[in-house]
Design a protein around this ligand. Structure first.
Ligand code: ZN
Length: 61
């Protein structure tokens, strides 16, 4: 890595970046309460439930 800029060929540099800069999609799980897709270990964004109980009450009653 730590070598003079010109010593690393474009092919080698681009190959390195292609692997490091890959984006992977976030993991999503189904909410047990409403069935919406949600991030695991986080309160559900659409119903406010986490681990089977209401954690964040929604505005609409
Ligand atoms: Zn939910």
């Amino acid at each position: 890595m730590a070598v003079p800029k010109r010593r690393v060929s474009k092919a080698r540099r681009d190959k390195r970046r292609s692997n490091v800069w890959k984006l992977n999609a976030p993991t999503l799980v189904r909410c047990k309460q409403c069935g919406e897709y949600t991030v695991p270990h986080k309160v559900c964004g659409s119903c406010g439930y986490y681990n089977g109980r209401l954690v964040v009450a929604k505005d609409e009653d």
